[in-house]
Design a protein around this ligand. Structure first.
Ligand code: BG6
Length: 496
């Protein structure tokens, strides 16, 4: 699909996300010659400023946050900035959208740009329905003059009910195919590669089922704490921030059936089936299947790391979880009774996202030294950092006897020296510009994942007996997370 001439309106254009991720991604697309010849990036922020001041600000953000290679070319940067515009819009002031409409009409007449428009909602979630309503009020959603799409950042809703409610409100003026719910994990090259690894090779897929797979682990650990995002995070927690969206989407990609054709609807039809098959965790079963934790003040390398409750914007008695580990089952023919273990947390020793497929042991153990329970064969899909795929298996240690040692065949994306791995936002923005929603979450998938996590969140809120375990910074979270395996010999695999 060619990228048609278009206007990208960014609500919240002076915010952190726009500066750090969106503008650098658009600039990179420009440098890669992927943007159409005629396009405009229209910042819509609440600050009063002139076009020139805005260009200076955008230029400064790009110099700070775009990759070095991108900013090495000052001429290109100046040329790019000529396509950047600004209109002050206070999101809660309806009349400002009348002014926005006027601005867009003038701009499109002046630049002879069709009114193909993406509205990017880089704004706090409570404003999503407000802004969508204002767009509709001024006919900015109408497609007579060109297509219209909206991109919505997570969180899409705060619970199952609020997600449904938000969806209804957006659907007052936009159809499902105009709504792009962004989940930047799906934009990661390495998450997409899971589908290619599975569906383009003859040797993975035949063993990708309950007959050969013992369990699946998904880890997304972060070294950082909540930093300056305490205010947001304290109303969210790891379950809403990481599991409901990113990690359940990764699980869906790992567990889905092969689609019969590779198009947006077929792929999303398959992944939603996985989310709809997640076995609900009943309130009485929560403690055996879910462990939550919160980091506490810790001395790490002679430096005091703040505890979560001491972070700015966090309630001093907060029970918000900064760590979650859970065991979940996908109740379908392929996966019957194979446990999927998912964990995520802040202030852990490393920043790693990876999926480990643990295969069942060989049916008959000839070499007794092999440690069967913990480590048989593994397929490790490393999402970040050091993206790649590793296969771990037993080899004879040279010498007398038959001693077995685990070794691995390890592929690193970085070995493809010529290839630059695009940032998730570059890929996702380009897809939306083209009208390809494959890597965006569909409404039914969002609902299905809320349906799964909602009862857990409810139980945490209402049942004071469910423990919140405290853990020290720079550790792998509460040790109770290992109990989820229900087998003393098993524990979470330390990342490679
Ligand atoms: C965001 C979460 O969606 O994902 C953050 O809000 C988290 O809390 C981030 O840090 C992790 O993304 P990545 O790409 O660094 O793994």
């Amino acid at each position: 699909n060619p990228v048609e001439s278009q206007i990208l309106v960014i609500f919240g254009s002076n915010g952190d996300l726009a500066k750090r991720k969106l503008l650098p991604a658009i600039f990179q697309l420009y440098l890669d010659n992927l943007l159409p010849e005629r396009f405009a990036v229209l910042g819509a922020g609440s600050m009063e400023k002139t076009e020139a001041e805005n260009r200076t600000d955008v230029g400064a953000s790009l110099l700070e946050f775009a990759t070095k290679g991108a900013t090495d070319n000052p001429e290109k940067l100046q040329l790019f900035l000529e396509n950047v515009y600004y209109q002050k819009v206070h999101n809660e002031t309806e009349e400002d959208f009348g002014l926005l409409k006027q601005y867009i009409d003038d701009l499109s007449a002046r630049l002879e740009l069709p009114q193909n428009i993406i509205y990017y909602f880089s704004i706090p979630p409570f404003l999503y329905e407000v802004v969508a309503g204002h767009l509709v009020k001024y006919g900015l959603n109408e497609e007579a003059t060109g297509w219209k799409r909206i991109i919505i950042e997570k969180p899409f809703g705060y619970s199952y009910d609020t997600a449904i409610d938000l969806d209804k409100k957006l659907r007052n003026g936009f159809n499902e195919d105009q709504i792009y719910r962004i989940d930047h994990y799906l934009g990661k090259e390495t998450v997409q590669n899971i589908m290619v690894t599975r569906f383009s090779n003859g040797f993975f897929e035949p063993i990708w089922n309950r007959k050969y797979i013992d369990r699946v682990e998904i880890t997304a650990s972060e070294k950082i704490g909540v930093g300056s995002r305490g205010g947001y995070y304290d109303t969210s927690g790891a379950m809403r921030d990481m599991i409901q969206n990113h990690l359940l989407q990764v699980l869906a990609v790992v567990a889905m059936e092969p689609p019969s054709i590779f198009d947006s609807e077929s792929i999303r039809n398959e992944s939603v089936k996985v989310l709809q098959s997640l076995r609900p965790i009943k309130p009485a079963e929560i403690t055996q299947n879910v462990v939550r934790g919160q980091y506490i003040e810790t001395l790490v390398d002679d430096v005091i790391q703040k505890g979560y409750r001491q972070e700015k914007g966090v309630a001093p008695n907060s029970k918000t979880e900064t760590f979650v580990a859970l065991r979940v089952f996908v109740d379908n023919w392929r996966w019957g009774d194979v446990p999927f273990y998912i964990r995520t947390g802040k202030q852990l020793p490393e920043h790693v996202t990876e999926v480990t497929i643990h295969l069942k042991p060989a049916p008959h153990q000839l070499f007794k030294q092999r440690c069967v329970a913990q480590s048989t064969n593994m397929i490790i899909l490393r999402i970040s950092p050091d993206a790649g795929v590793a296969v771990d298996f037993g080899m004879k240690i040279p010498g007398a006897g038959y001693k077995v040692q685990n070794v691995n065949m390890d592929f690193h994306y970085s070995d493809l020296a010529e290839t630059k791995i695009s940032e998730a936002y570059e890929r996702l923005l380009l897809d939306c510009m083209i009208g390809d929603s494959t890597l965006y979450a569909r409404a039914d998938a969002v609902k299905a994942s809320w349906k799964f996590v909602d009862p857990i969140l409810q139980a945490w809120k209402t049942n004071q007996d469910i423990p919140l375990y405290f853990y020290e910074c720079n550790t792998w979270g509460p040790k109770e997370a290992n109990l989820l395996f229900g087998n003393k010999e098993l524990k979470w695999r330390p990342p490679f």
